[in-house]
Ligand binder design. Structure first.
Ligand code: SF4
Ligand code: SF4
Ligand code: FES
Length: 250
């Protein structure tokens, strides 16, 4: 029998301090829908499964092609992007949508991922430049490094790895796998190497690399297949060497 509805069960929260509650919806099915397009249909006509008018469900999206990370949420318990979650490929219904649990909820499925951007600042995840004038082509990476550096550069700060990491939680200040991988990327960059020591120092303190328990959950959920655990292992070596020999340079 042809499918008539997409059955959603959404964990809703009206504001950052209010109690969450569940609401179910039945949205008319169309071929090739994804979770974002279902939520867009719902926004046009916010009526719940009991036929009662309700407030539209709030969520974030931007690129609609799994590049910006904004639409990341829990879909049937898995952290992933709503824009690339095709309805026809989701087996369990009702489809349960929840906000990520490691970030403060702003409203419904929208969370505040600011901590990830703060962590990138802590580790100077950028390359310093002299000015905004045309500086010409940048230096070339050796091919062997370029391959993995490109993989890491695809991080979209989506938060899936933070969600899956048991060591990222309300009691810890662990900066998490995404920012650590960016340290490896910018320390490998021919110009970024200028701030290599500052980055290593930043991850050697509280909330840094020693807070990783090597459970490997992060690498399994990363939608961009970023070599997170390899990067963390590499940084473990780098920080150990820096801890032993770094003082020689002072
Ligand atoms: S390997 Fe480290 S960063 Fe990745 S999930 Fe485990 S504890 Fe978290
Ligand atoms: S490392 Fe992967 S899972 Fe983590 S924020 Fe970046 S893209 Fe998302
Ligand atoms: S809207 Fe950008 S990743 Fe989904």
């Amino acid at each position: 029998m042809a499918r008539e509805f997409v059955h959603l069960k959404v964990r809703r929260q009206d504001n950052p301090n209010s109690q969450p509650y569940w609401e179910e919806f039945k949205i008319p099915y169309k071929p090739n829908m994804n979770v974002v397009s279902v939520l867009m249909e719902l926004r046009k006509n916010p009526v719940n499964a009991q036929g009662k008018k309700t407030s539209p469900v709030v969520w974030e999206c931007n690129c609609l092609e799994e590049v910006c990370g904004a639409c990341t949420m829990l879909i049937n318990g898995q952290p992933r992007q709503a824009c690339s979650a095709l309805i026809d490929k989701i087996e369990q219904e009702p489809i349960v949508l929840e906000p990520l649990t490691k970030f403060p909820v702003i409203r419904d499925l929208m969370v505040d991922r600011q901590v990830m951007f703060d962590n990138l600042k802590k580790v100077k995840a950028w390359v310093e430049i002299d000015g905004t004038q045309n500086l010409g082509p940048g230096p070339r990476f050796p091919e062997k490094i370029r391959r993995w550096a490109y993989e890491i550069s695809r991080c979209m700060t989506c938060g899936c790895c933070m969600e899956a990491c048991p060591n990222v939680n309300a009691k810890s200040s662990f900066i998490g796998p995404a920012a650590l991988a960016q340290v490896r990327l910018f320390n490998a960059h021919p110009n970024g190497q200028m701030n290599k020591e500052e980055r290593l120092q930043a991850i050697m303190g509280k909330g840094g690399i020693t807070d990783c328990g090597n459970s490997q959950n992060c690498v399994q959920v990363c939608p961009k297949k970023i070599p997170l655990t390899t990067s963390i292992a590499d940084l473990n070596k780098e920080t150990t060497l820096y801890g032993i020999f770094g003082w020689l340079k002072r």
